[in-house]
Design a protein around this ligand. Sequence first.
Ligand code: DGY
Length: 320
Amino acid sequence: MENKKYTVMASGKMRQCAYDALKDKVNLLSWQQGGRMPQEQFDAWLAQADAIFSISNFKANEELLAKAPKLKVIAQSAVGYDNIDVAACHAHGVRVGNTPGVLVDDVADLSYALLIDSARRIVKAHAHVASGLWGQRKPFGVTTALAGKTLGIIGMGDIGSAIAKRAQVSKMKVVYHNRHQRADDAALNVTYVSQDELLATSDFVLVAVTLNPSTKGMLNAAAFAKMKPGACFINISRGGVVDTDALYAALKSGQLAYAALDVTDPEPLPGDHKLLTLDNITITPHIASYTSETRDAMAMLTVDNILAALQGQEMPAEVK
Ligand code: DGY
C-alpha cells in the first residue's frame, strides 16, 4: 500500500500490536493515552479519516457519517456491531467490518463460567469466606447440580454451539432456539425447540443473540413468567435484549433463582444500580472476550479489515 496515503483514526486506545502494524503504513491518529477522547478531538479526526478502527464506543449513524466526508470503512474490533447503522454506512459507501471467529472460545469459556456460577454460587461463596463467616453460619442456601439439567440457548451461532459443547461435558441436555433450525444440530447433539418450549423446559436459559430491533427487550416480563420457577438466567449477548426492570422483578420475587450477566442495560452499570442490591446475581463488566490473546487477535483482524478495505479488496470479515 502506498505509504501514508490514507488516514486511519482509532476511536480509543488500540492494542499495541495493532498500533505497530498500522503506524508505518498509514497516517495513524490514535488516542493511546486511554480514557475518553474529547468529542472535539474525535470530530476533528473524523473529518480527515479514511477508516475508523472502532472500539465500539460511539454510534455510527447519519449524524456521524455527515461529519466524515472521506470515510471508506468502519472496522469494529468486536463481533457485535449494534452501535453501527450498517444500512446508513452502506448508503454512504462506507464498508463495515467486525471480528467473528477469533473470540469464540474465550466468550464460550466465560459463558460457561457464568453458567457454573449461577448453579454453584462461586462468587457468593468467595464473598462469604472473605467476610470471615466460614464456619460461623450457613452460607447462601443449597446450590444446584448441572448434570442431568437442561440448558436452553437462545441464539445458537458459533458462540452458542461452543457453549453447548462445554455444557455437554457437564452432562447437561442442550435445547436451543434460533430463527432457523441448524442443519448440523444432530451432530451437535442439541435439540431445536420453539422459544416458548425452551423457556418452559429449561433449568438454565442462556442468551447469545445479537442485539437488533427484533431482539431488543425480548427477555421481558412475559418471557420471565414463562420460565420454570427457580430457573437460572445467563446473558452474554447485549444488555439491550433484556428488560432490566422485568429481570429485577423476576429475581426479587424468586421466579428466577439466579442471574449471571456479562452484559447489562445500561453499561457501564452504576455501582448503586438496583440489580446490585440483589443477593441472587453475579455481574461481570462485559469481559467475555477480554483475554490478551483474543483482544490481540481481534485487533489484528481489525487491522486486516482496514487495510483490505482501503485497497478495495475483499475484507476478511465484512458485515454485508
Ligand atoms: C463483542 O465482540 O461483541 C464482545 O461483546 C466484545 O465487545
